[in-house]
Design a protein around this ligand. Structure first.
Ligand code: ADP
Ligand code: MG
Length: 278
């Protein structure tokens, strides 16, 4: 057993902790199957590399601060006919990140904008890209605080470093002048350098209102859209659809047009029960 102890110690000393951990088991297998020496060695190293990669992805995913973990496989394209699945799978090749193109996901609440942005984020992490997720509200509040404490430039680096910056929920809250200005600075700084994936419930025509200023809204749109892919999602909220399926939510007709649960605002005119049921 002394030789085994030594081998384990040597692996640990070399920083191959995972290989050291599986050494016993692999040796036992090898004793039974008697594989060629080189197979035994690559098998052991493969175990080390696999563990390292998992840990690396786990760390990157944690650092990305995704609100949940859902992938493209979890996305039901049949439920959302306004989305061209080919376009999404094309995006999933992530060449848009290699080109520093932006991605804009537009549509009413619950249609899968955040889900798709997160899924592409996870795919990007898998390919080794740095990803960071934030909401428009958190982003602007953070940059505003940094500006007021005279450390905007330093703070901005957090949002400039990742190759893919996901900014969720533009348009739920209007911005004041300072908010609009710091957002413009961020978009301008990332322009042609790193991708932004942005979700919004507002059409571009409403952005003047969101930013409280059409000049700055135009300047932002100009840079965001120059190299961009836009996904315009229409249709019913997936959340409400699930609720309706379970019979929890009455149809809008039955409910007299009133909002009948706590899910939040209903996208007007798009919640009709026009048979999502099979
Ligand atoms: P949005 O950001 O457009 O408001 P989300 O992406 O948060 O909507 O979607 C709301 C919920 O419904 C999430 O749990 C999401 O995973 C799910 N969802 C939405 N669309 C689909 C879909 N087509 N297939 C599977 N799940 C979906
Ligand atoms: Mg969302």
């Amino acid at each position: 057993m002394i030789a085994l102890e030594r081998a384990r110690h040597q692996l640990v000393t070399l920083g191959l902790k995972d290989a050291a951990e599986v050494l016993d088991g692999r040796l036992e297998q090898a004793a039974k199957r008697e594989p060629p020496y080189v197979d035994f060695l690559t098998d052991l190293l493969e175990a080390e590399l696999g563990c390292r990669r998992r840990r690396y992805l786990e760390t990157r995913t944690r650092l990305a601060r995704l609100p949940f973990r859902k992938t493209l496989e979890d996305f039901d394209f049949a439920a959302q006919p306004s989305i061209d699945s080919r376009q999404v799978y094309d995006l999933a090749t992530l060449s848009f990140i290699a080109h520093a193109d932006n991605l804009i996901l537009l549509g009413p609440p619950g249609v899968g904008k955040t889900h798709l942005a997160v899924a592409l984020g996870i795919a990007a992490i898998g390919k080794g890209y740095g990803v960071y997720f934030t909401t428009m509200y958190r982003l602007v509040e953070d940059l505003r605080a940094a500006y007021e404490e005279r450390r905007l430039e330093r703070r901005m680096r957090i949002y400039l470093a990742p190759k893919l910056l996901i900014i969720d929920e533009l348009g739920y809250l209007p911005l004041d002048k300072l908010g609009a200005t710091v957002f413009f600075q961020l978009v301008a700084a990332r322009y042609e350098r790193g991708s932004i994936a942005l979700t919004s419930n507002k059409t571009f025509a409403d952005w003047g209102e969101v930013f409280g200023d059409t000049v700055i809204a135009t300047a932002i749109l100009d840079r965001l859209l120059h190299h961009s892919h836009v996904l315009n999602i229409r249709g019913d909220s997936y959340r409400l659809r699930e609720k309706r399926r379970s019979g929890f939510l009455r149809s809008p007709a039955e409910a007299d047009g009133r909002v009948v649960d706590s899910v939040g605002q209903l996208p007007t005119g798009q919640t009709g029960l026009q048979s999502n049921r099979p």
